[in-house]
Design a protein around this ligand. Structure first.
Ligand code: SR1
Ligand code: MG
Length: 410
């Protein structure tokens, strides 16, 4: 008999007992300490360490509701999905995800590598740190995890088995509501609009039926296009980073969906980083260094994704029609169009919706935040409405910079 024979939500003292009993990475009788270190919206993250040695692990447990609000009742099976996707990530994109040591179906928790020598990328970006290898790392991660789980490469019956295994209805519903619907109509009354921009939002967002039509088309794509095993929440809060290394975490939203959902999230979150630097860095040289890096990285992410995708295609494709001349380019163009659409959706949902990002909310000066939000949203409108024309990194950057030029500093 063990207290871990049936599920309960653990406190740090329970996690110490759990680590002693269930985790084989500490010496017998070792003195262990534990702290809850999570600040995400959904789960509980515990760090357990042995003060006398270098040994430590992270234990992530899923609760029956989202940490941010009991209104989100969620199956704890999301922890299985997360653990399995991280293990698959280790095979598809070695070194770009943390190692998983154990998954516990009863306690809905997984034990994984402690990445305390890394920082959450969003926090580092708000401090205007730069990461020259990020574009290379994240594009390798995306091309490998997306292309190699698609019908282009996988045996089709195996792929359909994966669609079934990673069906993730509750987490998908969060995205369908928070990303694809509510920013454009606030139909659940959960939006949280920065008051000085409310009138602008009423006019340019809630008042725009053509925008809602395009958001609706993208939503049906998200719900029906089982293209690849996507991460499903690939923003800069789901990335641990240090200058020489990048680790993608938190794939609990994973399911078979459109590739552009992951790529578009990266694009939008780099734009938030750029907008924060543009709004808060008073010194022009410092602004140029940070925003220049963010702009260059945005361009490199799109261009390196394109190049690596087209290179990997003939090396890995097994589907007979994937060999038809032009199919690779046609397929990639559709991913790029989705990338633009999703980048726009992510911009609106993080500025108007329930779950904001600190890159924007930490802009203390009211006028600077109003301007930053409008720059992002004006670009987002074009990403969504004109998504078919976005093909290169320069296409994305030009739209952002044009939007900035249309909103001069006061
Ligand atoms: C209720 S969850 C809100 C958001 O947090 C997660 O990280 C996802 O981005 C989700 O949309
Ligand atoms: Mg998360």
């Amino acid at each position: 008999m063990s207290k871990f024979d049936s599920y309960f939500l653990m406190q740090p003292a329970d996690v110490v007992d759990y680590a002693r009993e269930k985790v084989d990475r500490f010496a017998a009788g070792a003195r262990l300490e534990c702290a809850e270190i999570g600040d995400g919206n959904i789960n509980y993250i515990f760090r357990v360490w042995e003060p006398q040695s270098e040994h430590s692990v992270v234990i992530k447990q899923a609760g029956p509701t989202a940490r941010i609000s009991d209104a989100f009742v969620l199956s704890t099976d999301r922890n299985r999905i997360e653990a399995e996707i991280l293990m698959l990530g280790q095979l598809l994109a070695p070194g770009l995800v943390p190692q998983v040591y154990k998954y516990d179906e009863v306690m809905s928790c997984c034990v994984m590598e402690d990445l305390s020598d890394y920082v959450i990328m969003r926090r580092a970006l708000i401090e205007h740190k730069t990461f020259p290898l990020f574009a290379d790392h994240i594009t390798t991660f995306m091309v490998n995890t997306l292309l190699l789980t698609s019908d282009v490469v996988l045996d089709h019956q195996k792929k359909k088995g994966m669609v079934k295994r990673y069906i993730n209805p509750e987490l998908c519903e969060i995205t369908e509501d928070l990303v694809y619907t509510e920013p454009f109509n606030d139909y659940k009354g959960r939006n949280d609009v920065f008051a000085p921009n409310l009138e602008w939002v009423r006019q340019h967002v809630y008042g725009d039926a053509a925008l809602r039509l395009e958001a609706a088309k993208l939503k049906f794509g998200f719900m029906t296009h089982a293209q690849a095993l996507i991460h499903g929440d690939l923003h800069t809060g789901s990335i641990f980073i240090k200058p020489e290394s990048t680790k993608v975490i938190d794939p609990e939203f994973a399911f078979y969906g459109p590739m552009g959902y992951d790529t578009g999230n990266i694009v939008a979150n780099l734009i938030f980083a750029w907008a924060n630097g543009d709004a808060t860095l008073g010194d022009p040289l410092e602004r140029e260094v940070f925003c220049g890096w963010a702009a260059k990285t945005l361009v490199e992410v799109v261009d390196q994704f394109n190049q690596k995708f087209l290179t990997a295609w003939p090396l890995h494709a097994t589907e007979v029609f994937a060999r038809e001349p032009g199919v690779d380019r046609w397929y990639l163009d559709n991913v790029l169009s989705d990338t633009a659409g999703v980048a726009g959706l992510e911009i609106f949902r993080r500025i108007l919706g329930l779950a904001h990002v600190k890159d924007i909310t930490s802009i203390a000066d009211e006028g600077a935040r109003v301007r930053a939000e409008r720059i992002c949203m004006q670009a987002g409108l074009q990403f969504i409405k004109q998504r078919a024309r976005f093909r290169t990194g320069a296409d994305f950057l030009q739209t952002l910079l044009r939007s900035a030029a249309e909103h001069p500093r006061l």
